[in-house]
Design a protein around this ligand. Structure first.
Ligand SMILES: [Zn+2]
Length: 438
């Protein structure tokens, strides 16, 4: 009996401690989010029901118009950045405020589901779950951004912030040329002090993303001396393209697998007397015979790294190993660096800590950082190096992203909105201490 009483007393104390951690305005923000939950769900359903596969420019534009109207209703000024110059739908930029910390909020309008995909509609599964194309990746995140701003406005706390929302229209497949497609996002990164990404992250509400790896591609072409196979290994005939390719790939494996958090993967390898590499469709044909030394080889693959220094080190090692050719062979290596890394930083970590504290005070428990090996590249990667602090993965949680089984856990809708809104409020009040570092 006494034991039970002690337990309930300590639970009560814990509850008192946690509920007292939120100030009055924060409680008002939380209540405003909860009151608006039905409105948030309705908007989510509306957004999901518009097909906005990346290449469906009209659909992307329509989702952009929907959110533009909603942001305008909340006092934001909006700009539509046409994607004509980079062969995509376009981006929506929404801005608010002229004093306080500058916060960039990142979402995207497009999904991976093309206009003819069988997966087109929002479908409520039960009280807790709903399915839909892009519901967590990331129309849910876009709704959370809007509803967080609205809750701050209801609580009279929106005016201490400068917000710039960038909802890109080509996150799932970047427009070309990349520098035009990225212009609005990078300008916002240069403007902002802090960047918050509303992707679904690891789809786990107990984690956020503080570090993302880069995404690069490479192509290795090897040439050997064609001759009758019986003469292979002779100094003037050499080893041929196949063995040289094998040597390089295995050398890379040995050197690169020792670097923590870095991975590289040869996704396609071909060798023979004649090879026909269809680069655009990442396929090809090879011809070769057992009695002829291979003349050509090609390999293409990806590379993921956690920092610019790591990319440079990997590139240096790969080039050195490729250049150390076997007799009568040569190699050519090309890199294409796509998404930069979101490198680990003190600011990111402090932002995560602040978010975690808020989460605990709301009763949702602590929030840890995702292992970067589990986090792919995303829009925030382009701006993380331009702000004092950045975190991502603040969006709607669920499962099955990028597949027709994409499902949202609607219980996380208010939770994520409350946490983001109160984080913005504490940033406005200057309560989140960020140590800026190079
Ligand atoms: Zn996404």
């Amino acid at each position: 009996m006494l034991y039970r009483w002690v337990i309930s007393l300590s639970l009560m104390l814990a509850w008192v401690a946690s509920s007292h951690a939120l100030d009055e305005t924060e409680q008002a923000i939380r209540d405003a989010v909860r009151t608006a939950e039905d409105e948030a769900l309705e908007l989510l359903e509306q957004a999901v029901n518009i097909n906005s596969g990346t290449m469906n420019a009209a659909g992307v534009t329509e989702v952009g118009a929907l959110f533009a109207e909603e942001f305008q209703r909340s006092g934001f000024t909006t700009t539509w950045v046409s994607g004509a110059a980079f062969n995509r739908g376009g981006h929506l930029v929404a801005e608010y405020g002229d004093r306080g910390p500058r916060v960039l909020l990142i979402g995207h309008l497009d999904t991976v589901f093309a206009i003819d995909s069988p997966f087109q509609r929002f479908k409520r599964i039960d009280e807790r779950y709903a399915a839909g194309p892009g519901i967590t990746d990331m129309k849910g995140g876009n709704v959370i951004i809007l509803q967080a701003a609205r809750a701050l406005a209801v609580a009279g706390a929106l005016d201490g912030l400068q917000l710039r929302v960038v909802l890109t229209g080509d996150e799932e497949s970047r427009g070309d040329p990349l520098d035009l497609s990225n212009e609005a996002l990078i300008a916002a990164g240069d403007w902002a002090d802090i960047a918050l990404g509303f992707e679904d992250g690891d789809s786990d509400p107990t984690t956020v993303v503080t570090t993302r790896r880069s995404s690069s591609e490479w192509e290795l072409r090897v040439t050997g001396k064609p001759a009758h196979s019986s003469q292979i290994f002779r100094p003037d005939i050499g080893f041929g393209a196949s063995l040289e390719m094998a040597r390089i790939l295995d050398g890379w494996r040995e050197a690169l697998s020792a670097i923590p958090k870095l991975t590289f993967n040869p996704g396609l390898v071909m060798a023979g007397t004649d090879i026909d590499h269809d680069v655009a469709n990442t396929r090809g044909e090879a011809f070769g015979k057992g009695n002829v030394i291979a003349k050509s080889a090609v390999a293409t693959g990806g590379l993921r790294a956690i920092s610019p220094e790591q990319i440079a080190e990997a590139e240096r090692l790969m080039r050195a190993i490729a250049a150390d050719s076997l007799a009568q062979t040569s190699a050519e290596l090309h890199f294409e660096h796509g998404y930069p890394p979101m490198a680990p930083s003190m600011g990111n970590e402090q932002l995560r800590e602040a978010y975690s504290t808020i989460s605990e005070e709301l009763g949702y428990g602590p929030v840890a950082a995702v292992d970067p090996r589990r986090a792919g590249a995303a829009d925030i990667s382009f701006v993380a190096g331009r702000v004092d602090a950045a975190i991502d993965g603040l969006g709607l949680m669920g499962s099955g992203g990028h597949t027709v089984d994409e499902i949202a856990d609607l219980y996380t809708l208010s939770q994520q909105t409350e946490r983001a809104a109160i984080l913005l409020y504490r940033l406005a009040k200057g309560e989140v201490r960020l140590t800026t570092q190079p």
